[in-house]
Ligand binder design. Structure first.
Ligand SMILES: NC(=O)c1ccc[n+]([C@@H]2O[C@H](COP(=O)([O-])OP(=O)(O)OC[C@H]3O[C@@H](n4cnc5c(N)ncnc54)[C@H](O)[C@@H]3O)[C@@H](O)[C@H]2O)c1
Length: 384
């Protein structure tokens, strides 16, 4: 098929998949016009009690959510929770959506805390996590990976943050059969999404006193798609001269990461690389059970979440480790400007782990989730 015919077929296909792109034939780059873009004026948080949407989730979700609520209460964090369940429902036109009560709550409160959600195989609906990302245009996944004192792993000095573009790339969900036995999956990279994730990474570095941002890519192979991503990172870097900018191939990052993770600071990358690299980095500090995560969206929306699954094997047995959700909630407090409460809870959590007297099984102890939670609550109260 000639170049122009391919282009128009692809544009039609993208439109059928809900992706609208202007056909800027005269330019080698396409501009992204779908979805909302980052609000220039994110919601500012007032003093006083603030309401946060809580999605406890499935499996161990309710147990670890309850642990977080108890610790927040002990720390007198000025948060009230608005609990919402999230299950996929079919909306007008047969489109999958999250329940309107959950959407309205998030639209109103802007900030959410979410436990794990199960993705039933062959349920017919997309993953709930994906649906939430799409619904609120949660374009940046942020995962700080910092070594935890007292929890032994092969590395002791990890202190880095992965920032993953969350909305497009290989996860655009556009796949089709060309002819029998040949399938094609489209990796969608747009100028708009690349620019906004790069801007977020540099802003994050600046606001969190981090020295450098590394763009992770394979532009040597995917010259157009990763090339565009990299070009936008370079352009944005020009506006942040106080933050050092480097660019590295994904394979080199993986090699160097396992040799010496301490050389990395903030890493920004497209969706698939971020999915893999962020789990790899979580592994360096002890796994998903201790790694917090935040998803930053358009219009001031942000959802903080534990990235482990629903752990059906231990659900309802009071054995779950609530650390990942608790540290995600600490990230949330910082995002809301509640630094004092964040510090108090974080310190209590790390002290409990460092002392090793009350640890859940996955951390090498024999304690229940409720005992671990009670220990953190006691420490928080003792700080007053
Ligand atoms: N972010 C999410 O919502 C998310 C992420 C991954 C998987 N899932 C869903 O979770 C379900 C189960 O997935 P899976 O079994 O592959 O992964 P999983 O993370 O639920 O479990 C893997 C292992 O880790 C343990 N584990 C996980 N979290 C723990 C915690 N906080 N404390 C103690 N032990 C913990 C489990 O007991 C299990 O042995 C699936 O339906 C999957 O789709 C959801």
């Amino acid at each position: 098929m000639a170049g122009n015919a391919w282009r128009s077929t692809l544009l039609k296909l993208l439109e059928r998949c809900g992706v609208r792109i202007s056909d800027a034939s005269s330019s080698p780059e396409v501009s992204r016009v779908m979805g909302a873009i980052k609000s220039p004026q994110p919601k500012t948080f007032s003093r006083g009690i603030q309401t946060v949407t809580l999605i406890p989730g499935d499996g161990i979700g309710p147990e670890i959510s309850s642990a977080v609520m108890k610790i927040f209460e002990a720390a007198k964090a000025p948060i009230q929770w608005e609990e919402r369940n999230v299950t996929a429902i079919k909306g007008p036109g047969g489109r999958w959506m999250i329940p309107p009560e959950a959407k309205e709550s998030m639209d109103k409160n802007k900030i959410g805390l979410k436990g794990p959600l199960k993705t039933p195989i062959a349920a017919g609906h997309p993953s709930m996590n994906l649906l939430l990302r799409k619904t609120f245009d949660l374009y940046a996944n942020v995962r700080p990976c910092v070594s935890i004192e007292g929890y032994k792993t092969p590395y002791t000095d990890v202190d880095l943050v992965t920032i993953r573009e969350n909305t497009e790339g290989e996860y655009s969900g556009i796949e089709h059969v060309i002819v029998d036995g040949v399938v094609q999956s489209i990796k969608l990279i747009t100028e708009e999404a690349s620019r906004r994730i790069a801007e977020y990474a540099f802003e994050y570095a600046r606001n969190n006193q981090r020295a450098s941002v590394t763009a992770v890519h394979k532009a040597n192979i995917m010259r157009m798609s990763d090339g565009l991503f990299l070009r936008k990172c370079r352009e944005v870097a020009e506006n942040y001269k106080d933050v050092k900018f480097t660019e590295m191939y994904l394979d080199t990052v993986c090699l160097n990461m396992v040799q010496d993770p301490s050389q990395f600071d903030v890493l920004v990358m497209p969706n698939l690389y971020g999915d893999i690299l962020s789990d790899l980095c979580a592994g360096l500090i002890g796994g998903l059970g201790v790694t917090p995560s935040g998803n930053i969206g358009a219009n001031g929306v942000a959802i903080f979440e534990s990235v482990h699954g629903t752990a059906p094997d231990i659900a309802g047995k009071d054995l779950a480790n609530p650390t990942a959700l608790l540290l995600s909630a600490v990230m949330m407090l910082r995002h809301m400007g509640l630094h004092g409460h964040a510090k108090k809870i974080e310190t209590a959590c790390f002290d409990t782990i460092r002392e090793k007297k009350v640890l859940t099984k996955d951390l090498g102890g024999n304690s229940k989730c409720s005992e671990f939670t009670a220990d953190i609550c006691q420490r928080v109260q003792d700080m007053d």
